[in-house]
Design a protein. Structure first.
Length: 97
């Protein structure tokens, strides 16, 4: 059996060929903008679509890039709906550290 761990916290997760560097839900909840503001990601409707906003104001966040624990990640719409966040290949440190 193939095993997979969240690349940020090592929590055991279901492996995914489509999203090989996906983070766990607990880590996803810590997503921040480059200036350190917490972010929320969501589907625009029942048929999908990607949306992001600042958690404190609800204002739109116009990017797929975010930082979790100072590591660059990329958020997007998952296949068949939902949101997936993956550790970026270039997981550089956040400028807001």
């Amino acid at each position: 059996m193939t095993t997979y761990q969240c690349p940020l916290c090592a929590t055991a997760l279901q492996p995914s060929d489509r999203y090989p560097r996906h983070v766990c839900p607990d880590c996803a909840q810590r997503a921040q903008s480059p200036d350190g503001r917490r972010l929320e990601f969501f589907n625009l409707g029942l048929s999908g679509g990607y949306g992001a906003r600042y958690a404190d104001t609800g204002q739109p966040y116009d990017s797929h890039d975010c930082f979790i624990d100072g590591r660059l990640c990329h958020a997007g719409e998952a296949r068949f709906g939902g949101i997936v966040i993956e550790l970026a290949d270039d997981a550089r440190a956040s400028p807001a550290r």
